[in-house]
Ligand binder design. Sequence first.
Ligand code: ADP
Ligand code: ZN
Length: 625
Amino acid sequence: MSNEEQPKSGFNLFWIYGIIFLFIILSFLFLPERKNGDEISYDKFANELVANNLVKKVNIVNEKLIEVFLNQEGQKLLPAEKKNKTELFGSVYPDYTFKIISGEKFEEFLIQKRIPYEIVERTDYFGSFVSLMLPIAILILISLFFMRRIGASMGGGQIFNIGKSKATLFDEENKINVNFSNVAGLEEAKQEVMEVVEFLKNPKKFTKLGGKMPKGVLLVGPPGTGKTLLAKAVAGEAGVPFFSLSGSDFVEMFVGVGAARVRDLFKTAKEKAPCIIFIDEIDAIGRQRGRGNFTGGNDERENTLNQLLVEMDGFNTDSGVIIMAATNRADILDPALLRPGRFDRQISVDRPELKEREAIFKVHIAKITVSEDVDIAKLAAQTPGFVGADIANVCNEAALIASRKDKDKVSMEDFMQAIDRVLLGLEKKSRVIHPEEKETIAYHEAGHCIAGWYLKYGSPLVKVTIIPRGTALGYALYQPEERIITPYHKLIDEMCVSLAGRAAEEIVFNEISTGALDDLQKVTQKAYAMVSYFGMNEKVGNVSFYDPHSDMALTKPYSDQTAKLIDDEVRKLIDYAYNRVKALLIEKRQQLETIAKALLEKEVLLQSDVENLIGPRLFPTAFAS
Ligand code: ADP
Ligand code: ZN
């Protein structure tokens, strides 16, 4: 149902230019050379014309060619059709020409016969023009040919339509049959985009009250979590056209193409307003500018980005165009994109947790015939880390497996096989979790959660989950605190919270894992900063070796002795924090178990859940003063 914008006509103005150009070149090449009078032999010249005194004058051109002009007598003897000399730009064409070998000898002859002559240096403009233009013309023809080929391979078909946006348009003719009921889970995200739907349905109502709609909504989340689906559902709910394209469509090898496409896209969109423009993978153009700018491709990308910014600033929401974009890396986007009036609304679309996966399974299973033994809750439990696209894939695979077995219903067994198959594919991408890993991760995250809960300076917990995100296998999300200075004890407590994951693993399984990499990095950095930057170590003293401009690895502003001291003190500090949090977790072992088991069961715990399980935090506001 995609509707690639086809070029209006194949016969473009540019082609006409090309053909004219070609014609000129060819006519120069193949037209007979301008005849400067009939060629005669030297004999005829000397013995007939000169002897009978018929020559008025001659031109010696470039010492090679003789042009003979006859006098009136001579003219009379010419054949009739040659008599009327054409005068082009005032120049008279000679009546006869012939070639000679030596100009000097011939001059002597002329002087002797008293024939007036003129020595003429004539550049062969025409010849040099052709020899200059021919290679250029050939080059142009070749490149035209290749650009056409490239244009065709890019799906655009026509090189001259390259500046046209390649957006797929869904409008009245290409109805979007997606609405919110097709999007399972993502309740928070749906809530947030609801406002956009309301606006698109009735823009007047909003603007009348002076309300300002966001121009851009950025959906942030890993691939396959349903960002495109959500954007489409917004358009479907509001019943407006939907332009869909990918950020990489803008990035071409030709200069200026990206910017031209952006312009074209916005122009078309404004004609169809109210509507939604959806740009998938916006990071392809929206990456931060001026970084590692070594290749020309970057310049081109920057031009495209600039054009996008210009277009976004250039219209107001009265025009009814709302831009939705998707990325899984909001952090690498250019800050200019996130400024007010651009993508100022960010909605996170996370990997689905248990309940959400169940809902997604329901949506997709509704499309296939399943037997009664299919247990959706169990399927959801079996697929931690799967995103919506993976689940859609599982359902599709299951149906295929069943049909291969000639069954008329898809059974639980088929689903389990399908999960295995999809898992195999996903394993390479290393973001699925096996049951035993899930347990380790649950205790690890429970450790973080418990430490933060019982340490005085732990940050307020928002949620703790064992759904992977980015490189993290699970995470505890804390409410960021805006503070300018951090006291020593807060830093220590933070280190303890970071180390709690590993400590929990050690306590429960008597085994540690690689899962603590991020935690350890954070702790190491913090410890070195405390000792060598913030002067927080007694032995090293109140000194700071902080120098943002120097590379510490190369030039250490202190002696080897101090270096050793710093290393030792950092180790002591980390050991202290680790032992402290380990003792805490041993003391709170029961709560640790409670949280870990709850995580295994529910995958996500919010602050309120944790409170219900182990009671309220002893230090309600972490650092009030
Ligand atoms: P993204 O744009 O985030 O990469 P898509 O929106 O393209 O992901 O999702 C791909 C497919 O996965 C969708 O077409 C849909 O079939 C399925 N899917 C993803 N998320 C959901 C969801 N929340 N509910 C139902 N189906 C989903
Ligand atoms: Zn951790």
